[in-house]
Write a protein that binds this ligand. Structure first.
Ligand code: PMP
Ligand code: GLN
Length: 381
């Protein structure tokens, strides 16, 4: 057994979801919406299952989906991409693995920002690399330019950015992205830009990819996920976008991870990405209403909620809410005693100085579920 997996715990998401099932708790832990997904996609998937081939599609993805990804990014983000630049993967998780396995060799250093999505560091290590983490401090989670400059060594090859940021729900400023881009260009780093939350923004600003900054188009792997864009997390259709030889190398990594991804779902996502923007705006408005509802419910229950601009998550500051329990203990007790599953934010950190006063709650649930959860937490605290 490779040392990375020898003593590894189950992911916090899987663990909290099974605890929620076991205790019949409301699951605000793992991030997924409970509402009905866009019906257009469900019907498109049904049609594809019935009427189209269910055999292997081209490894890098259906041409129709690769074209739809380009059209979607042209309309939503003003990007000019060619279909060969988009490689379809089984979720963003596979894209992260393919990108890190393509770019990281033993001994290489990879810059991560903490809190970091839990898959990043183990994948870096499995590739033989060493994660070098830069801490973003709550509650603002700003990107410290000096710490970034200091983290680069002659061994640094890759930087992983997650914008918008899970679990914090914050968004990098233009200046922060520009500084990250300058560092990458200056030190010849490749950026893996995990932008799965690009559609889930509530701050009224347009998403801007790291890829669009000077010198970045040729050194960025942009990662996206239909799971997040359409709230269909179980479909596991994602993609990576890159140029030239980098795109070719990524497709080689992908071909020996999964080769190809579920073809009826690829057809459906291609249709979904071609729908009018109003469908996405409507979905976002629904999620935004849940965000307000849970924020209000938690505030009435006496919880301090950190500012949130994006993602499906709110963060509660336990310490500021007068709760002395560390986050893991709070989450473990709340799922059993209150019947509400949450995610301890310390699960997104490694090493020292880990904040233990924050828990994450997913708000993409029906009003009555959010109200019931806030009520249960109010009685529990
Ligand atoms: N990256 C981030 C930052 C995420 O939040 C998630 C899922 N929550 C993923 C990657 C994985 O996405 P997928 O489900 O498409 O594999
Ligand atoms: N990314 C989802 C979250 O942050 C969980 C994904 C998973 O369970 N692997 O909740």
């Amino acid at each position: 057994i490779h040392p990375v997996y020898a003593n590894m715990e189950r992911t916090v998401f899987d663990r909290m979801s099974s605890l929620a099932r076991e205790h019949g708790a409301i699951n605000l832990g793992q991030g997924f919406p409970d509402g009905p997904p866009p019906q257009e996609l469900i019907e498109a998937a049904g049609r594809a299952l019935r009427d189209r081939s269910n055999q292997y599609p081209p490894g890098a993805g259906l041409q129709e989906l690769r074209e739809a990804i380009c059209g979607y990014y042209a309309r939503r983000q003003g990007l000019t991409l060619a279909p060969e630049q988009a490689i379809v993967t089984s979720g963003a998780t596979e894209a992260l693995a393919a990108a890190l396995f393509t770019l990281v060799s033993p001994g290489d250093e990879v810059i991560l920002f903490q809190p970091a999505y839990d898959a990043y560091a183990p994948l870096v290590r499995r590739a033989g690399g060493a994660p070098v983490s830069i801490a973003l401090s709550p509650p603002q989670f700003r990107y410290p330019a000096e710490a970034l400059a200091a983290a680069v060594t002659p061994k640094t090859r890759v930087l992983v950015l997650n914008d918008p940021l899970n679990p914090a729900g914050t968004v990098a400023s233009h200046e922060e992205l520009a500084a990250i881009a300058r560092t990458c260009a200056e030190h010849d780093l490749v950026a893996i830009s995990d932008e799965v939350w690009e559609e889930v923004r509530f701050d009224g600003t347009a998403h801007r990819s790291l890829m669009t900054f000077p010198g970045m188009a040729e050194r960025t792997v942009k990662i996206g996920s239909a799971g997040k864009i359409f709230g269909l997390t179980g479909w596991k259709i994602g993609w990576m976008i890159a140029e030239g030889l980098l795109a070719t190398a990524l497709s080689r990594a992908h071909q020996f991870l999964t080769f190809a991804s579920a073809v009826p779902l690829q057809w459906a996502v291609a249709e979904g990405l071609s729908l009018p923007g109003a469908v996405l705006e409507g979905q976002r408005a629904g999620w935004g209403a849940g965000r307000e509802r849970l924020k209000t419910g938690l505030a009435q229950a006496g919880f301090e909620v950190l500012p949130n601009a994006a993602t499906w998550f709110l963060t509660v500051d336990l310490a500021a809410s007068g709760i002395a329990l560390p986050d893991r203990a709070f989450s473990e007790r709340a799922v059993v005693e209150a019947g509400v599953a949450t995610v301890p934010v310390s699960a997104f950190y490694q090493g020292e100085n880990v904040p233990e006063h924050l828990v994450r709650l997913c708000f993409t649930k029906p009003d009555e579920v959010l109200d019931e959860a806030a009520g249960r937490l109010a009685r529990f605290r």
